[in-house]
Design a protein around this ligand. Structure first.
Ligand SMILES: NC(=O)c1ccc[n+]([C@@H]2O[C@H](COP(=O)([O-])OP(=O)(O)OC[C@H]3O[C@@H](n4cnc5c(N)ncnc54)[C@H](O)[C@@H]3O)[C@@H](O)[C@H]2O)c1
Length: 245
């Protein structure tokens, strides 16, 4: 059943983003499915939601690294849906390399998508949330941003930056009843982790001895989007099977 709220999720055509958008739709949110890549995949997610729920679901192309696109798409969604209550910054990429050999393009691409992309989306939604005196911002970080990971100087820095941005947004916006939190997944089974080297060794280092599923992350996002988390802001919730204990 519709709950009267609208959620927008970036990078939502597959993996964790698609699981988040499906879960929020199942919980009654109207959903704007933002995608950076494949339109057909985004359309398939939309169709599936429309077939299985009574919420409104629409797809929007949006490269989060492009500030103008973020601003335009948020304005379009507000015009179409009437309002936005929940923003989930999920879009992210990896360009792994050792510091010694990492190219500047690899560093910049990851920072521009993972860190600046979130900034663009928060800035684009912020005025609307302030006017409404309501908003839930949920940023998908990573345990890499807490621990650091060899071969991921760009990615770990982007996610650590995202955690600091989460805390800053929480402080700046709390006075207007806007909450901002981060979720830090560990090893979740998606396209991003398909080609992981030393897979068995990695799984063994997880106390729960298994990889997580996109739905594990989606459930935590749904909690942070809901009224059940109204007194939680500026925090980071790990969804990592204990990896970063
Ligand atoms: N899979 C994991 O183990 C894991 C662990 C920790 C954090 N995360 C984070 O979870 C999020 C989702 O990752 P995933 O595992 O589902 O990977 P994924 O590669 O399946 O999904 C990432 C999505 O982001 C989109 N995207 C990439 N660049 C974009 C851009 N510039 N603009 C808009 N969209 C863009 C892609 O099209 C894709 O749909 C990412 O932020 C990732 O860093 C994943």
């Amino acid at each position: 059943m519709q709950n009267g709220k609208t959620a927008i999720v970036t990078g939502a055509s597959g993996g964790i983003g698609a699981a988040i958008v499906r879960k929020l739709a199942a919980d009654g949110y109207n959903v704007a499915i933002l995608y950076g890549g494949n339109r057909e995949k985004a359309e398939a997610v939309r169709q599936d939601i429309c077939d299985n729920t009574d919420v409104r679901a629409e797809i929007y192309a949006c490269d989060v690294a492009d500030a103008a696109q973020c601003k335009a798409v948020v304005a379009e969604i507000i015009a179409a849906f009437g309002s936005i209550e929940v923003l989930v910054n999920n879009a992210g990429i990896t360009r792994d390399n050792l510091i010694l050999t990492m190219r500047e393009e690899e560093f910049d691409a990851v920072i521009n998508t993972n860190l600046k992309g979130c900034f663009h989306m928060i800035q684009s939604c912020c005025k609307h949330f302030l006017r409404k005196k309501y908003g839930k911002i949920i940023n998908i970080a990573s345990v890499s941003g807490l621990l650091g990971t060899a071969g991921q100087a760009n990615y770990a820095a982007s996610k650590a930056g995202l955690i600091a941005m989460t805390k800053t947004a929480a402080r700046e916006l709390a006075g207007k009843n806007i909450c901002c939190n981060a979720v830090a997944p560990g090893f979740i089974e998606t396209a991003m982790t398909q080609d992981l080297k030393n897979r068995e060794q990695y799984l063994n280092s997880i106390p729960l001895k298994r990889a997580g599923q996109p739905e594990d992350v989606a459930n935590t996002v749904a909690f942070l989007a809901s009224d059940a988390s109204d007194y939680i802001t500026g925090t980071v919730i790990r969804v990592d099977g204990g990896l970063a204990i």
